[in-house]
Design a protein. Sequence first.
Length: 179
Amino acid sequence: MLALIDREKALALETRRKLFEEIRRFPGVHFRELRRRTGLAIGSLQYHLDVLCKTRLVRAEKRGKFIRYFPLIGEPSREERETLSLLREENVRKIVLYLADKKHATNKQLARFLNLSPSTVSFHITKLISAGLVSKQRKGKKSYFVLTNPALVKDVIITYRKSFLDKLVDSFVETWEEI
């Protein structure tokens, strides 16, 4: 009962309630993005995030160099959180959407599609492989990358579509809805 009262008190403040709603709308959002979206000063934002974490309304998870925030009410699963964290990075999201559409691709194809250097694509692919979202397959001398769980990717993208604000995501979802 005490936790419910603490949660009610935590959300009684309009600033904190709006911050919590941003995290619910954009699960996996990182600190700087929350700062941009809310306009709160760094110290104020950190304070309110700490209160939301202490009252168990929000979970903070370190992902690479970012701390990402997820709501604990209606919380995404661990797999969904990991996938969302990766998909919050624009180039990673483009790679995943490309692989979802084409089924497989070489580093060279991805570099051409993204207009990035092959080494930069490799950097992003390594993150995806480490997270278990992409695997590397060989056919002869060529290496291809494929999604390890396309159904999970599809579900996360469709479920959290509005939180990405990305035309590429919208066209992907429209394609899946037609099928």
